[in-house]
Design a protein around this ligand. Structure first.
Ligand SMILES: [Zn+2]
Length: 466
């Protein structure tokens, strides 16, 4: 919206007068000088109070005389009662407003057209505030975000409200995903995507990972909950594209990496999804979101993941033609663990590790397996590594992958996994119920995927439908 500069200027003059008057009263009783930070904070508080009043007046300003009757959703008739007060918590804090109120239908339900128009639920928060509370809730623990949000909002919202609003946004994302998954079973929808004008990326990447989340054991009926921790796997997936990092934009670490590897990529257009589900159910989510990003239509699909069996089984099932790459850092780390366990002398360890890492980098998996076999008789780590490298040999042709310009490290989804699970859900002492953990993670995934505004808009529309 646009506002007339003269009107803004006029309002600002009035604000200044009110502010100065309050400031002079304060200076009389205080000897300390006023800092600009205080001026800013106090002026913000004044504007917040004005905002609360303005919003209240706006919502109370219903035009004209209300009609005496309205059709009710049940098919009956509602009758105008009176103007009735309601309270909501907005971005300006708690406000009260008065609006036309209807009742008297046989179904017993009341109705306020203003509430319906703006999706207001008396006693609850507005959609505008909900979006901000969610931003706090996906970033910090609900307890921490209360203080953090207070610094921005200038009033306090309870930890429980932040939790429920964050999780409500996650529930919206869950619904969006469910819809996408449902569409992905519809042949007409799948075919219609061919006709869409948006160009397909020539190469699309997929990654999958999992991390443990501590779930609060639920009390069984009639029994007290056993005080045992239950850890569940939060599976995280990401669809993304990769682009080379231009020389001027490379960090020190990336410059080192470029010197070593002659290539530095970064991910773009990330689309995260996550859930606490068994692999086959998670596979359906991967396929559904995959259809949305046209993973099944792109000329080239590449999966870069760690060596977990469930991951490759899902890839083979849903995208049998995709290029499969074991994340380079996982594979190299495996060798490092073998070296750590098998050699006590540093020089032996370094010598062995340098040789096998060079072999692996050059895509020579057979000598890597042989080197591990030599150590297998006295080293369990090496024995396991033999199986790992044997099973994944085809996914470790790093020479060919590099020559084709593929990204060989799944840093993107790993960092997504870290950002979604480790950073947010694994705060010290954090315990979750499954639904709460999943919804918070989904809200966070929506933010990281650039879908926040769409989710918030849908949440606002949902409260309209209530
Ligand atoms: Zn009714």
């Amino acid at each position: 919206m646009e506002y007339a500069p003269e009107a803004i200027s006029h309002l600002a003059q009035q604000v200044t007068q009110v502010f100065k008057a309050a400031l002079e009263r304060r200076l009389v009783s205080s000897t300390t000088a006023v800092t600009i930070a205080e001026v800013e904070k106090e002026m913000r508080e004044l504007l917040r109070q004005m905002g609360a009043q303005a919003l209240s007046q706006f919502l109370s300003s219903g035009a004209g005389t209300p009609t005496t009757e309205l059709p009710c959703k049940c098919g009956g008739t509602l009758h105008y009662q009176r103007r009735r007060a309601a309270r909501v918590t907005s971005v300006f804090g708690r406000i009260t407003y008065e609006r036309a109120y209807y009742a008297g239908c046989e179904c017993g339900k009341g109705h306020a057209p203003v509430d319906e128009q703006y999706g207001l639920v008396p006693g609850a928060v507005t959609a505008g505030l909900a979006a901000l509370l969610g931003l706090g809730g996906i970033e910090l623990s609900f307890d921490e975000s209360r203080d953090w949000l207070k610094a921005f909002l200038l009033f306090e919202v309870s930890e429980n409200t932040i939790r429920s609003e964050t999780q409500a946004l996650g529930a919206v994302q869950e619904e969006r995903e469910a819809k996408v998954c449902q569409q992905s079973q519809n042949l007409d929808y799948l075919q219609a995507r061919w006709r869409e004008k948006t160009p397909l990326p020539t190469r699309l990447y997929g990654s999958l990972d999992a991390a443990k989340v501590r779930i609060e054991p639920r009390a069984k009926e009639g029994k007290k909950s056993e005080n045992t921790e239950a850890w569940r796997d939060m599976k995280v997936g990401c669809w993304y594209q990769a682009e080379p990092v231009p020389p001027v934009q490379r960090s020190t670490r990336q410059r080192d990496k470029y010197a070593r590897e002659q290539a530095v990529f970064r991910a773009k257009n990330m689309h995260y999804y996550c859930s606490i589900q068994e692999a086959d159910a998670f596979g359906k989510l991967m396929w559904g979101i995959g259809c949305q990003v046209k993973a099944d239509l792109v000329p080239e699909l590449v999966f870069v993941c760690d060596g977990a069996v469930w991951i490759w089984n899902l890839v083979k099932l849903h995208y049998p033609h995709a290029v499969q790459i074991v994340d380079w850092y996982h594979a190299a780390d495996r060798l490092e663990r073998v070296a750590q366990t098998a050699f006590s002398a540093l020089s032996d360890r370094t010598l062995w590790l340098e040789r096998v890492t060079a072999d692996l980098w050059a895509g020579r998996v057979t000598p890597v397996i042989q080197a591990c076999e030599h150590l297998a008789s006295h080293c369990e780590e090496a024995r396991q590594a033999v199986t790992y490298f044997t099973n994944n040999a085809a996914r470790m042709k790093y020479d060919q992958f590099r020559a084709a310009g593929y990204l060989i490290g799944s840093g993107t989804v790993e960092s997504g996994c870290k950002q979604i699970v480790t950073q947010r859900l694994k705060k010290p002492g954090a315990q979750w119920e499954v639904d709460g953990a999943v919804q918070t993670a989904k809200a966070r995934a929506a933010w990281l995927s650039g879908e926040w505004d769409a989710v918030c808009a849908q949440r606002a529309a949902l409260s309209l439908a209530v």
